[in-house]
Design a protein around this ligand. Sequence first.
Ligand code: HEC
Ligand code: HEC
Ligand code: HEC
Ligand code: HEC
Length: 153
Amino acid sequence: MFGRRRHYDHVLRVLGLFGMGFALFLFARYFLIPADFGVYGFYRAGALDDVKAQAPVYAGETLCLDCHSDIGELRQEGLHANVRCESCHGPLAQHASGDFDAKPDALNPRRLCLQCHATQIGLPVSHPNVVAVDHAGDMVCTDCHLPHRPGFN
Ligand code: HEC
Ligand code: HEC
Ligand code: HEC
Ligand code: HEC
């Protein structure tokens, strides 16, 4: 014969299961969390070194201007004066380090220009913008505008 069951036995069993689950969680957590987690804050301290070890992909335009000063001067004359080289040409650290086999990608001017100049809701009213088909039909923007000095005066 079984002994008399206490009426709260089922609660103890659920609590026991819960306790086992929690112990398993602590056990797994102990192995999964890297030792340097939380040294500085809610992240892995070693992540800083991992990021530092990556080679930068952007050169910064001071370097570009060392070799392409003519384009820098042309750009200075127009409203693209403050648009950085790599905003349009993409990351070019490898090219700027003197590795000219790393040719800058050919650009698709129409797509590039419209990223910043297509009329759209939310654009500041002062920002020059156009509706491409009305303004240019299917012509390429650089047929009329110089990319480095886009205005006409
Ligand atoms: C060490 C000098 C040097 C630096 C720094 C440099 N370039 Fe150049 N770049 C060149 C030379 C030389 C060419 C011409 C290569 C050729 O005609 O094959 C060139 C060509 C280019 C071209 C034209 C490629 C083509 O297909 O005709 C672009 C665009 C360009 N560079 C952008 C940049 C940008 C943007 C930067 C800065 C991130 C930069 N360059 C930094 C020397 C440099
Ligand atoms: C507003 C976008 C934009 C900016 C900003 C820009 N470029 Fe360009 N660049 C172009 C486009 C478009 C071409 C046309 C070439 C093509 O179709 O690939 C071009 C062509 C070039 C070329 C090769 C042909 C030429 O005109 O001599 C070089 C070199 C170049 N850019 C360097 C630079 C440098 C250096 C800077 C920064 C001082 C810069 N660009 C800034 C869009 C831009
Ligand atoms: C057939 C020549 C031509 C072509 C192609 C062309 N434009 Fe223009 N664009 C002009 C002229 C001329 C002006 C100055 C007069 C004006 O505001 O309409 C101008 C002005 C602009 C302005 C200034 C508008 C303002 O309100 O200040 C922007 C931005 C512009 N163009 C962008 C583009 C873009 C982007 C393309 C490619 C989709 C392009 N353009 C193609 C001739 C052209
Ligand atoms: C990364 C964003 C960006 C790209 C890409 C870009 N522009 Fe601009 N553009 C600007 C900014 C910013 C201004 C200046 C706005 C101001 O100061 O009012 C400007 C101004 C202009 C103007 C007015 C110039 C004047 O003197 O009235 C024209 C035209 C223009 N861009 C054409 C082009 C063309 C053509 C291309 C493609 C080759 C292009 N833009 C690509 C950001 C961009």
